[in-house]
Design a protein around this ligand. Structure first.
Ligand SMILES: Nc1nc2c(ncn2[C@@H]2O[C@H](COP(=O)(O)OP(=O)(O)OP(=O)(O)O)[C@@H](O)[C@H]2O)c(=O)[nH]1
Ligand SMILES: [Mg+2]
Length: 215
């Protein structure tokens, strides 16, 4: 297993170099099934597509539902069917890159497999990671699944519109996220009402600009 992880790191570095040679950066979006990864990616695309040329890789264990959602937006999208695997590996991204015209892209947004554990262990050539935790999942998740939060650059607390129904203690989550990762940025968003999305978009924009050397 150790060897597999090291091999993944090598391929992740190769993917990052390949993307860098075409001036493309990759955002890895992680979170549980149903946390709102697709919904949030759709909202980020709406706010950033005039500024950046965006492509999407939709990871799913099976099926094409999310890829069809992105396809309707008229952006380049490739479905990555992991055939049961609970995470995306760098090798899969490497195989998929030839399906894109990288010279016509600035950003690749990758929706990872819905899972709070495995995807966090595999770098996939990303410039930065955005983790989503939705309010109905509970405010103890940072303590129970620390790796995904300690390795992500930002945490978006999605479905913030539902906060009052779940007695979600966002101060607890923010405190634990910052303890796991002092540099993490925490956002409170709703991909349904639009709350907080401008702030999250500004952060994503800044990360993309920095990765592309346009900051
Ligand atoms: N109330 C509320 N519902 C939301 C919000 N964001 C997403 N949803 C709903 O939550 C459900 C799951 O959202 P998705 O975007 O499909 O979540 P996902 O993380 O992509 O799910 P998987 O790809 O299956 O892992 C959908 O019914 C969304 O409409 C939100 O901010 N508030
Ligand atoms: Mg999805």
């Amino acid at each position: 297993m150790h060897q597999v992880m090291e091999w993944n790191e090598d391929v992740s570095d190769a993917v990052k170099r390949e993307l860098g040679s075409h001036q493309v950066c990759l955002m890895n979006v992680l979170g549980s099934p149903g946390a709102g990864k697709t919904s949030t990616i759709v909202e980020l695309i709406a706010r950033l597509r005039d500024k950046y040329r965006i492509g999407v890789i939709e990871g799913d264990i099976t099926g094409t539902i999310d890829a069809e959602t992105i396809d309707k937006l008229g952006l380049p999208v490739v479905q990555l069917d992991t055939d049961g695997a609970c995470h995306i590996e760098a090798m899969s991204i490497q195989h998929i890159l030839p399906h894109f015209n990288l010279d016509e892209l600035d950003v690749l947004m990758v929706e990872n497999i819905g899972n709070l554990v495995c995807p966090a262990e595999f770098n996939i050539g990303e410039s930065f990671r955005l983790a989503l935790l939705s309010i109905p999942e509970g405010d103890d998740k940072v303590e129970k699944y620390p790796l995904i939060f300690s390795t992500s650059d930002a945490l978006a607390l999605n479905k913030y519109d539902l906060k009052e129904y779940f007695g979600f203690d966002d101060a607890r989550v923010e405190r634990n996220a910052k303890a796991a990762n002092p540099d993490i940025s925490v956002f409170r968003v709703s991909s349904r009402t639009g709350e907080g999305l401008d702030e999250l978009t500004a952060w994503v924009d800044g990360k993309i600009a920095a990765a592309l050397g346009r900051a």
